[in-house]
Structures are given as C-alpha cells and as structure tokens.
Design a protein around this ligand. Structure first.
Ligand code: SF4
Length: 133
C-alpha cells in the first residue's frame, strides 16, 4: 500500500539497476593516498553523489523529467579517475531506461535545481550531455 505523502521511487531504482554502476576490481581496501583526486573533481563528485533520489526535481519539472537525477548518478562516477565510463552502453542505458519508465526529456526550464534539497548542480546535465555526446 502506498500512503499519502509517500513517493513511490521504485522507477528510480530500476533506472539505477539498468546501468548506474561501473565494473572494477575492488580487492582489499587500497591505500587512500595512492589514488590522487583533484580538488575540483572531489567537489564535483561530492555534489553529484549528494543526490538522495527524493524525486523533487521530477515533481517540479513541466516534462516530469528525471534528467537531473540521472545526470547526478552518472556524473558522480565520471569524476572518479579510475572509472572508465562506457557512454555507448552502460551510462546510455540510464537515459534509455528513464525514457522507458515514462519520464520526459529535459527542455532546460531549470526548475529542478532550485527544488533540489541537496543543491545538485545543473552542470551535471551539461557534463552528461558531453559524455554521452
Ligand atoms: S531533487 Fe536533487 S536530490 Fe532529489 S532526486 Fe532530484 S537531483 Fe536527487
């Protein structure tokens, strides 16, 4: 049963399952100083990773687009230096899944970022558009 004031975010889960991950050897915990991350990259990754999947960006969007959410999920991975994104398969799947779940496309109205409780930046969308071409 879905109660009043409760948002069904299962569509977000299905989007993440479709390609919101990367494959890499994890092994045991590496020495933290072996992987240098530039300050701008760690700040950008943190901004993206702050997304809590609340759905406020979708609720406020005229097109019911989940582009800010998807862009945050892709971008927080893209900032990590050892991650090689595969725009043609892995990350493209998130966009395709977003569309198949019935979310609209981004028309750049920019209502999403002011509504976002975690201040996820609009630059995530710009960055993802560059990554996916
Ligand atoms: S409003 Fe912000 S925190 Fe909520 S799902 Fe959208 S991007 Fe994520």
């Amino acid at each position: 049963m879905i109660k009043d004031l409760t948002v069904d975010r299962s569509a977000f889960d299905r989007i993440i399952q479709s390609g919101g991950y990367v494959s890499m050897h994890t092994g045991c915990a590496p020495e933290a100083n072996n992987t240098l991350v530039e300050k701008h990259a760690s700040d950008g990754a943190f901004n993206s990773a702050a997304c809590i999947g609340c759905g406020a960006c979708v609720a406020v969007c005229q097109n019911a687009s989940a582009t800010l959410f998807v862009a945050a999920k892709i971008t927080h991975l893209a900032y990590y230096p050892k991650v090689k994104l595969n725009p043609k398969t892995g990350q493209k799947k998130l966009i395709l899944k977003m569309q198949s779940e019935g979310f609209g496309s981004c028309a750049n109205h920019r209502h999403c970022t002011p509504a976002c409780p975690k201040d996820v930046s609009l630059q995530n969308i710009t960055r993802v558009n560059k990554i996916l071409g």
